[in-house]
Design a protein around this ligand. Sequence first.
Ligand code: UD1
Length: 353
Amino acid sequence: MKIVSVVGARPQFVKLAPIATAAAAAGVEHIIVHTGQHYDPMLSDVFFDDLGIPAPDVHLGVGSGSHGVQTGAMLSALDAVFDAQQPDWVLVYGDTNSTVAAALSAVKLHVPVAHLEAGLRSFNRRMPEEHNRVLTDHAADLLLAPTHVAVDHLTREGLAARTVLVGDVMTDVLLSVRDEVAGRSSALLEELSLTPGGFYVSTIHRAENTDDPDRLRAVVTGLAAVDKPVVLLAHPRVVAKAAAHGIPLSQGSLIAHAPLAYPDLIAAVLASAGVVTDSGGLQKEAFLLRVPCTTVRNETEWVETVELGWNVLVETADEIATAVTRARPVDTDAAPYGDGHAATRVIEALRAR
Ligand code: UD1
């Protein structure tokens, strides 16, 4: 069996890591195509290096652009790649423009396509990720769902026959990195002279929070008013938007910092008092590490984190400051995101069909 994985953005490299390992263990031929959607070393290369992912076999070097320009450039480049590789499966990950481009190219070439992390829904049709997920799920031949909730969404959309529950591959990678960094001091604490439990970790990058200057100002004001230092691991998008709108990212409690490599991020979250984010992955990582999370969005795809009390959705500046200081939730041993062996199940599911 030959699988071509198509990735391009930071969270996809994290999901690729356990798949690359499981494919190698199963003796499956695995070709990695990097679209080039993310190209800064801290958003791309460090993930390959730290997570032991083989270097991409093909790099499309597409870079940034408007949604149509970026997605279109990937789409036209991928046709030739799939034609040359003739894979048994194209595997696409998550909900970025790289995901939908690869799914569309594959389906039109009649190459079987599997969607990893299928069935997530925010039901917010203004989010680019929501378009990407819905379009990819309906194009794909095999839907690899991370949770029961995702399976339910796919069933309601008439896609049950193509769906397999495999668990969440981010759990696979998180559990192994957590064990690696356990007991190791966090470089971020030393660099910023922070104390364990004396700071929050934040990431804000979504278009809904960054593109409108009034919205970005409200989020920054909320983070700056928090009772302890808030380390904002600033994605290039928020840095660019803040500079364009004249909004300082280091003010009050808020300290802007470059993004971290994955093991350093996990060590920092483990040492923190909580996470404030609009990232999907980080909400779940915080839950798996049992660190309280505050999510700066009106909805989440990872509803289990909210239902179990470990995540709170907030919108206004006042809500941010209040939510982060809330009491620690009741401990739980619930495991809605699987047992850390999802990647093996993915390879089995691809083999079985
Ligand atoms: C993309 C995904 C989002 C995911 C996020 C993870 C889409 C629609 N969005 O958002 O779902 O959560 O990745 O980080 O696919 N830039 C750089 N260097 C880079 C990459 C981007 O400076 O290496 C800057 C550019 O100004 C670019 C902007 O960030 O225009 C946005 O990048 P883009 O890839 O379009 O989307 P993300 O915001 O990263």
